[in-house]
Design a binder for this molecule. Structure first.
Ligand SMILES: Nc1nc(O)c(N)c(N[C@@H]2O[C@H](COP(=O)(O)O)[C@@H](O)[C@H]2O)n1
Ligand SMILES: [Zn+2]
Length: 382
């Protein structure tokens, strides 16, 4: 790929362009949680200032967003401008290249949100369109485009799913009382947001303690919304037989454990249609490798502090969402959201990047990304 091909052409990006790219993102979100390992993509076709076709990618194996938009536009695509939040592909994957479909349709201009990091594409789609005389503008609403597909981008670049750690804590940093009672730290609006977050993820992971203490459902609670694969990591399989997770077989559940752990309980789970996988060693890294092999891009960690600390230490968490409720529990026995990371010096504290916060009712939601280089933590975690 010649770098010059990715340089923006001299052109002014208008408010209309940005609005059309926002529309692409809105269309793309219709398939939230359903496209992995593929990205979320929407496309809009505009002729003489009027939208003549729209489309989104519904899931892997199905046509890409651009193809649906071209189908909707028909002949009106000739001479039109196509908006798409991800560079059009230029390869034969499960579907043929969109670059050729756009060229064949005779479009005049393509406005792209971001370059596709997939090494099979990586600028080749843009170069192919330009070589056919189509004007290409790259990078409109780029930050929003990147955020929508941060799971896909991480999966492609790191061969691991993108890990999001979510927790709700009190103002004094507790996730439950000393007796383990946690219902509820955060308010209803915050919990609704968590349900939406689950709908956007491919899997949600908890540990055995969360199953024992909270008896969670881990579903997205909205009609028509996607539900993530519910994953329990438990070394001992010392889990309650009456847990909701095994009583709601319509939502798939995977239990990850170690070889030969509690064969009786394994049999019970399999009778309940719960998938059980025995791993040689049950670590966040191994869990994420298993989920990567299933084609997953975005994984939500909703676990307790000990597992959260291990997941962070092993690089299985990239983003943190902390709901902070204006409540106080007090005491040293109440658990906190992240266990021991082995840090002894304040200089070692993990400083989140790209931090944002908002209020959700009376709670505060702080979001940020962990620094990429956390390799010293891996040594500390053993
Ligand atoms: N621009 C664009 N629009 C879409 O709707 C897409 N799904 C993609 N995906 C890119 O192509 C790869 C998948 O190809 P197949 O679905 O297997 O043919 C995916 O990895 C992205 O790079 N791009
Ligand atoms: Zn394509």
């Amino acid at each position: 790929m010649v770098q010059a091909d990715l340089q923006p052409e001299e052109t002014e990006v208008t408010d209309f362009d940005r609005a059309m790219m926002q529309r692409c993102l809105q269309l793309a979100r219709r398939a939230l949680g359903r496209t992995a390992p593929n990205p979320l993509v929407g496309s809009v076709i505009v002729q003489a200032g009027e939208i003549v076709g729209e489309g989104f990618h519904p899931g892997a194996g199905q046509p890409h967003a651009e193809v649906f938009a071209l189908r909707a536009a028909g002949d009106r695509a000739r001479g039109a401008t196509v908006y798409v939040n991800l560079e059009p592909c230029n390869h034969y994957g499960r579907t043929p290249p969109c670059s050729e479909a756009l060229i064949a349709a005779g479009v005049a201009k393509v406005v792209v949100g971001m370059v596709d990091p997939n090494p099979l594409v990586a600028g080749r789609g843009i170069a192919r369109l330009r070589s056919a005389g189509i004007k290409v503008v790259v990078g409109v609403e780029e930050d929003n485009c990147r955020q929508l597909n941060e799971g896909f981008v991480h999966r492609i670049l790191h061969q691991r799913p993108f890990g999001i750690l979510k927790y709700a804590m009190t103002l004094d940093g507790k996730i439950a009382t000393s007796s383990g009672h946690s219902a509820w730290v955060s308010n209803q609006s915050a919990r609704n947001l968590v349900h939406q977050l689950r709908a956007a993820c491919d899997a949600v992971i908890v540990g055995g303690n969360t199953v024992r203490n909270d008896n969670p459902r881990l579903t997205s609670r909205q009609a028509e919304a996607h539900n993530p694969l519910r994953v329990v990591m438990s070394r001992t399989l010392d889990l309650p037989t009456e847990a909701y997770l095994w009583q709601t077989a319509e939502f798939p559940t995977l239990v990850l454990t170690e070889i030969n752990a509690n064969p009786q309980f394994q049999q019970f789970l399999r009778q309940k249609n719960v998938e059980v996988v025995e791993l040689p060693s049950l670590t966040p890294t191994q869990a994420m490798a298993n989920l990567y092999a299933r084609g997953f891009s975005a994984v939500l960690w909703e676990c307790g502090g000990r597992l959260a600390a291990r997941a962070i230490a092993e690089g299985s968490v990239q983003k943190i969402l902390a709901f902070i409720a204006p409540k106080i529990i007090g005491g040293s026995g109440a658990p906190s959201p992240i266990g021991d990371l082995g840090l002894t010096n304040m200089n070692q504290a993990l400083a989140l990047e790209r931090v944002r916060w908002q209020t959700i009712g009376s709670d505060c939601l702080v979001e940020g990304y962990l620094p990429q280089d956390s390799s010293f933590l891996v040594q500390n975690s053993h």
